[in-house]
Design a protein around this ligand. Structure first.
Ligand code: ZN
Length: 278
């Protein structure tokens, strides 16, 4: 039996991409359909943002609720991870949907620059979101866009604002933030292993770095993320056809590293989440 690899599919995102790909799902029904195909291809976590019909990002709880309901119905057992990312709302509104019953939510533990904006995560907002996740039994995925954010997460865990074991994601290749450099990746994996060895971890490579970072994760025994939020291209010559296509490519890559895509039940057990009830 090979070791399971949890595949996260980041289906939509909030950044209007220059190289727009019509396969990016925008409406709730498109998102459910796209996630279902990705689930069938081997994804066990859906990382989701919601958009208004005019494509602008929103943190509207009603829209998150409709998406969650659709995913629960069509992707039984799949782990649903809401984004609390900064483009979808201002301040504490970014956590306005954490009471809806999602399994996980993203939590950035610091600020950095994005391609054209400051990604603002002031200390008091981080603490507010962490507290709300604790109150609603939502497991955070710590988003590490820069090295200091790893250490901030560990400090919050020491304070009791984050429950151990942590689940940490290193995000590499965002313009103006941390580049996709192998030495930096290895250093962060070594640090999380040294300082919080009970943690689980994953990395996301943005744009053309997606597949390369997938390989690094598989080599080092981590979990993997793919999806149209991070990368809309299959390769330099064509756009990705769907989220499912990217997941299927990653699932095949797992096999070549003696790994298999974790089932939803396996992923829940690895992350310490309750088994699905429906
Ligand atoms: Zn996201």
């Amino acid at each position: 039996m090979t070791t399971p690899c949890i595949i996260t599919v980041a289906i939509t995102g909030s950044v209007p991409r220059k190289e727009h790909n019509p396969a990016v799902p925008i409406t709730v029904s498109e998102q459910v359909e796209s996630t279902h195909a990705a689930f069938e291809a081997g994804a066990s976590i859906a990382h989701v943002h919601v958009r208004n019909d005019d494509q602008t990002p929103t943190s509207d709880p009603e829209r998150f609720a409709r998406l969650l309901e659709g995913l629960r119905r069509h992707c039984p057992g799949m782990i649903v991870q809401f984004s609390t990312g900064g483009r979808s709302g201002q301040g504490t509104a970014r956590g306005g949907m954490l009471h809806l019953g999602c399994d996980m939510a993203s939590l950035s533990t610091g600020s950095c620059n994005f391609p054209s904006i400051i990604y603002e995560n002031p200390p008091e907002l981080i603490r507010f979101l962490a507290r709300k996740m604790l109150d609603h039994n939502v497991k955070p995925e710590i988003e590490v866009f820069d090295l200091s954010m790893l250490y901030q997460a560990l400090a919050l865990a020491d304070e009791g604002l984050l429950r151990r074991p942590l689940h940490v994601q290193f995000v590499m290749g965002v313009k103006n933030a941390m580049p996709a450099v192998r030495q930096a990746f290895d250093f962060m994996v070594d640090e999380v292993t040294r300082l919080a060895p009970e943690s689980t971890w994953v990395a996301a490579g943005i744009g053309r770095h997606q597949l390369e970072v997938n390989r690094w994760c598989l080599e080092r025994g981590g979990h993997c993320r793919t999806g149209l939020e991070d990368n809309v291209r299959w390769d330099a010559s064509r756009l990705a056809a769907s989220n499912a296509e990217l997941v299927a490519r990653l699932a095949a890559l797992c096999a070549s590293h003696d790994r298999h895509p974790a089932s939803a039940a396996e992923a829940r057990a690895i992350l310490g989440l309750a088994p699905a009830t429906s």
